[in-house]
Design a protein around this ligand. Structure first.
Ligand code: FES
Length: 148
């Protein structure tokens, strides 16, 4: 695991539910059953709507937390269109290449972002059943699963 991923896991940025968010998106991975939710707040800059800040809550693996930490920083100041154009690979780029079995972790983050911006489930990442969505009705908490 790269140092950047370990740093992001140890000290994740923008973790937690955002009150007063303008948009909320959720995605679940059919590969592993993990789930991620993202909150976004917009602001106007020079007549353009841009992302002011974004936060996330994860019932996912460490890699998903690391990518979400990076992604919520990277999309600040971007328009919704610019953020929508970013793939999971773009969002995880600062962490270096992900191993093949972890690529869907970045796609989970991409899915939550796109769901927040469009209201549509996207790509391979979509909520996949009442058990997972029910888990988001529990009190806010962060679960970190340790994958070897
Ligand atoms: Fe499935 Fe990372 S989100 S293992």
């Amino acid at each position: 695991m790269s140092d950047k991923i370990e740093d992001a896991i140890r000290n994740p940025q923008n973790l937690g539910e955002m009150s007063g968010a303008d948009a909320v998106g959720t995605a679940g991975s059919s590969d592993c059953g993990d789930m991620l939710r993202m909150w976004i707040k917009f602001r106007e800059v020079g007549g353009r709507k841009v992302i002011d800040k974004a936060t996330f809550q994860s019932f996912g693996c460490q890699t998903a937390i690391a990518v979400a930490s990076m992604a919520t920083e990277m999309i600040k100041g971007k328009t919704p269109g610019e953020a929508l154009a970013m793939s999971g690979t773009d969002l995880s780029a600062p962490l270096g290449p992900l191993p093949p079995m972890k690529i869907h972790c970045a796609q989970l983050v991409e899915g939550a972002l796109k769901n927040a911006l469009t209201g549509e489930p996207s790509g391979a990442s979509r909520p996949s059943g009442p058990t997972l969505s029910d888990s988001f009705h529990q009190p806010a908490k962060v679960t970190i699963k340790l994958h070897s």
